[in-house]
Write a protein of this length. Sequence first.
Length: 58
Amino acid sequence: MNQAETAKLSELLEQWNDADEFSRCIEAIEAIPEQERGLFSDRQAEPGLQQSGGAGGS
């Protein structure tokens, strides 16, 4: 992912997280090919996953 894509995804994840739409966060991250996720998804996903109770939440 380039910087613009990363910034846009980060913005969307923050909006969805704030709106308690955790499944949208998870779906967006899972749509990124695993080899492209890198540290971005690990660090960005944590708040939503913790609040939703894990990947099966929301």
